[in-house]
Write a protein that binds this ligand. Structure first.
Ligand SMILES: [Zn+2]
Length: 196
């Protein structure tokens, strides 16, 4: 599944609870964090035609960040950094596993490679998780899901008054929420828009 979908799924989960802004960000970022193990693609592409190519992407993507141990590390880090510690750490475990699930169902490579999830890495080579019905990364269910998640994110922004933009700029976030509420009415005041 693409990082944008992982991000929006995690944002949606973060908004199922009453979390402060920092915790919402931590839960959301933890849901994307497993894919940091794909950054080796930069080294791999750059050294592709050299005498000592680094195959960090082929070797480590869907390995280093996609296992239970990483989930526990992310939850522990969130516990230390968040305000509502226990709730945030639990939600991180949830978004982490939704990430793995998303990859198992919808991350087949264009070459048909299934990118198995080594759930017990580095402690055991058992449990390499795949699913026979897995669809490709750019297949329609993924595109549909991304669009649906965008709609949910806009709805949440309208309803709850915050969007992922709050992670970069509160001003931009307020502008988006303001625009949505001007168009669709302010849910907190119970006012409906003027339809003319
Ligand atoms: Zn992933």
């Amino acid at each position: 599944m693409n990082p944008a979908s992982h991000f929006l799924i995690s944002w949606t989960v973060a908004n199922t609870a009453e979390l402060p802004r920092r915790d919402r960000a931590l839960v959301t970022l933890a849901g994307v964090a497993p894919d940091l193990d794909g950054l080796g693609i930069v080294a791999e592409v750059l050294t592709e035609h050299t005498t000592t190519p680094l195959i960090w992407y082929s070797k480590y993507h869907h390995v280093l960040g996609h296992n239970l141990a990483m989930g526990v590390i992310l939850a522990a880090a969130t516990y230390l950094l968040s305000i509502k510690r226990r709730l945030s750490a639990l939600l991180v475990l949830l978004v982490f596993h939704l990430h793995l699930l998303g990859d198992i169902v919808g991350s087949k490579g264009p070459d048909g490679y299934q990118w198995p999830i080594p759930y017990l890495f580095p402690f055991s080579a058992d449990w390499n998780l795949t699913w026979q019905g897995q669809w490709e990364l750019n297949a329609w269910p993924n595109i549909l899901l991304t669009l649906l998640l965008c709609a949910i994110t806009l709805y949440l922004a309208w309803q709850r008054g915050c969007s992922p933009l709050e992670m970069i700029s509160l001003k931009a976030d307020a502008a988006l929420v303001g625009a949505l509420r001007k168009r669709f009415g302010d849910p907190s005041s119970g006012k409906r828009p003027q339809l003319s």
